[in-house]
Design a protein around this ligand. Structure first.
Ligand SMILES: Nc1ncnc2c1ncn2[C@@H]1O[C@H](COP(=O)(O)OP(=O)(O)OP(=O)(O)O)[C@@H](O)[C@H]1O
Length: 370
């Protein structure tokens, strides 16, 4: 339990991962703490180790150094309690959607939530309240594996629409229980993979770029489902993403990865409140922690830390609160910006938000982008 009486979803201490001896480490001395019940966005440039961190948490690979606890124990011991959706979303191509969900149910007998899984897989497909999405005639997982799909008993309704469905209610891009995995688009596979994750009713969901190949409507629907799940069951969600705009207002926790570690961590509101965006004629910003600055000619835009001992300068600067996108972009542009963690998130050896007194004297000039 942490100081607020919450459990801990993830705890890394001195975590390191190196794939090949001759190559540099992907993660190095990475320490952080994620309280349970948060919806956490994991962001960072390509190749910074987001998938690696999620795979370590899922127990698919082992750390080279340090430890990563999942739900207070090792990933292996926590296996039943978390769900992991990989970027590649490997699913058995020969199975139907219904058989895949049945397999999920068989593998997770103790906790399977059929309704939750079907809600995600089929979305608003069913208008018939008596519909049985598994359809008795759709056969067993074995039958499906061996190509024994049932013939469509509703003549003229069209391919993929079965007897338990009201014709015309399968929305465009929607799934039917008897669709085979191999016939699905990338976004439709994502839907099935997320359905398996939801059906498991996990305490923790580890999602590697879950929204990448979904259309805007499906994104909205599935983000809504994730929020509902987290609110109703206190599920912790960790999801990597490159789409910063969709994270705003959804996540109540943020991890920015870079340089083999978490560079920014904590409640996005608190992280934003610790920064000010300045615009004005270029001049000396020494005495302030400048995260990043860039300018055209004599005009400068700078993101500075405002949680240090110095208040933001007011003389001639226009000041504004940064957006989440501006905060992240500034840190991405300047990998040298000092790390920042809200109090509850920082691991061993990390900066604490209450503790950023070591103000680096950086002028806008020195830190300007070329
Ligand atoms: N199985 C592997 N064997 C060797 N190197 C690997 C392996 N998996 C990842 N890497 C390397 O580790 C680094 C981090 O990769 P990772 O996939 O974790 O990054 P990422 O932040 O998820 O990237 P992206 O945003 O592009 O998905 C990369 O340099 C990658 O080449």
């Amino acid at each position: 339990m942490n100081r607020d009486g919450e459990g801990t979803a993830l705890e890394a201490v001195g975590l390191g991962k190196r794939y090949r001896r001759r190559r540099g480490p992907v993660l190095q001395d990475c320490s952080f703490h994620l309280p349970a019940g948060r919806i956490c966005a994991l962001v960072g440039p390509n190749g910074t180790g987001k998938s690696t961190l999620l795979a370590l948490a899922a127990g698919l690979i082992r750390p080279t150094e340090g430890t990563l606890k999942v739900l207070g124990t090792t990933p292996a011991r926590a296996r039943e309690r978390f769900a992991y959706v990989a970027q590649a979303k490997p699913l058995p191509p020969q199975l139907t959607v219904a058989a895949t969900l049945r397999l999920g149910a068989e593998l997770n007998r103790a906790r399977w939530d059929r309704e939750a899984a079907e809600r995600i897989a089929y979305g608003p497909v069913y208008a018939n309240p008596y519909a049985d999405p598994y359809g008795e005639e759709s056969g067993s997982a074995y039958g499906d594996m061996h190509g024994e799909a049932a013939a469509d008993p509703v003549p003229g309704v069209g391919p993929g629409v079965g007897p338990n469905l009201v014709p015309g209610v399968v929305r465009e891009g929607g799934l039917h229980p008897r669709d085979r995995i191999r016939s699905l688009s990338g976004g439709q596979r994502t839907r099935v993979a997320l359905a398996l994750a939801f059906g498991k009713r996990p305490e923790l969901m580890l999602l590697d770029e879950p929204m990448a190949d979904l259309d805007p409507l499906a994104r909205r629907e599935l983000l809504g489902a994730l929020l509902g799940e987290a609110a109703e069951h206190g599920t912790t969600i960790v999801m990597s993403s490159h789409v910063v705009a969709e994270l705003e207002g959804v996540c109540d926790h943020l991890f920015l990865m870079g340089g083999g570690r978490i560079r920014l961590g904590g409640d996005p509101e608190q992280l934003l409140a610790a920064h000010t965006l300045l615009t004005g004629p270029a001049r000396d910003l020494s005495g302030h922690t400048v995260v990043e600055s860039h300018g055209t000619g004599r005009q400068l835009t700078a993101l500075i830390r405002t949680d240090g001992p110095n208040s933001p300068p007011t003389d001639g600067w226009e000041t504004a609160a940064p957006s989440l996108e501006e905060l992240l972009l500034a840190h991405l542009r300047n990998p040298e910006a000092p790390d920042l963690f809200t109090e509850e998130t920082g691991g061993t050896g990390t900066a604490d938000m209450t503790d950023v007194t070591d103000v680096t004297d950086v002028t806008g000039e020195e830190n300007a982008r070329p």
